[in-house]
Design a protein around this ligand. Structure first.
Ligand SMILES: C[S@@+](CC[C@H](N)C(=O)[O-])C[C@H]1O[C@@H](n2cnc3c(N)ncnc32)[C@H](O)[C@@H]1O
Length: 214
């Protein structure tokens, strides 16, 4: 069985109870002009879009598959615009229409290979040449709790690193080779690994990658 590529029902129900925490990288964010057209793809309840607006960014748009999360984002973050993705990953935007994009803890929610490739191809389409793409997500985690669930779910989903959470999500942690291949159409600019707390309150290591659209 391959991993499901549409989990919008989870994100519109159980997902609305979660707190997201991957932090912006201030040095990377400082490289974007304050009047740039910025996309926050998979924006959840607008946490990052709100932080970007507070930093002085004047043109921030968040999009997400979950209408409940977008409703909360609209209520809490007046400094940004928000839209529900009607036909993910398709964006209602011309080629090269954004100057920068953020993709924070979204790939982990899209376990299927083809769905991830389509998502990244759509980001490539809507970013102008030279635009910066900020990615924050999870590599394979070394601890035994994660390793055990990767092993348990490997046969079912055909991929080491895909796992089921106890509350019904199917998530993915990534090999470095997979991430390198996924973003091969972008130029790597910088990267770092940082400690984070997952949406289920567990400590983990996040991989943050900064790319330039070729
Ligand atoms: C862990 S949350 C992170 C939210 C936000 N990026 C943040 O860091 O605060 C993942 C988000 O991705 C959204 N999502 C899941 N699958 C998606 C897809 N195929 N396309 C766009 N968004 C998706 C979920 O609805 C959820 O809001």
């Amino acid at each position: 069985m391959s991993a499901p590529d549409d989990q919008s029902a989870y994100w519109n129900s159980t997902g609305t109870t979660k707190t997201f925490g991957h932090p912006l990288n201030p040095a990377w964010t400082a490289r974007i002009d304050r009047d740039a057209a910025v996309l926050d793809y998979g924006c959840g309840y607008g946490r990052l879009a709100g932080e970007l607006a507070a930093l002085g960014f004047t043109d921030v748009e968040g999009v997400d598959v979950a209408p409940e999360l977008i409703a909360r984002a609209r209520a809490e973050q007046p400094g940004a615009r928000f839209a529900v993705l009607a036909d993910p990953p398709g964006l209602d935007r011309p080629d090269g229409g954004y100057d920068a994009a953020f993709l924070f803890a979204v790939l982990t929610c899209v376990p299927d290979d083809a769905a991830q490739r389509a998502l990244v191809a759509e980001l490539h389409r809507v970013l102008r040449p030279g635009a910066l793409l900020h990615v924050s997500d999870y590599g394979l985690q070394p601890d035994e709790r994660n390793r055990e669930r990767y092993r348990r779910c490997e046969a079912r989903y055909g991929r080491f690193g895909v796992f089921e959470t106890s509350d019904g999500a199917v998530c993915r942690h990534h090999t470095r080779d997979w991430l390198d291949g996924l973003f091969a159409a972008f130029d790597p600019v910088d990267e770092r690994e940082i400690p984070v707390v997952t949406m289920n309150g567990r400590p983990a290591v996040a991989t943050q990658l900064l790319f330039a659209r070729r």
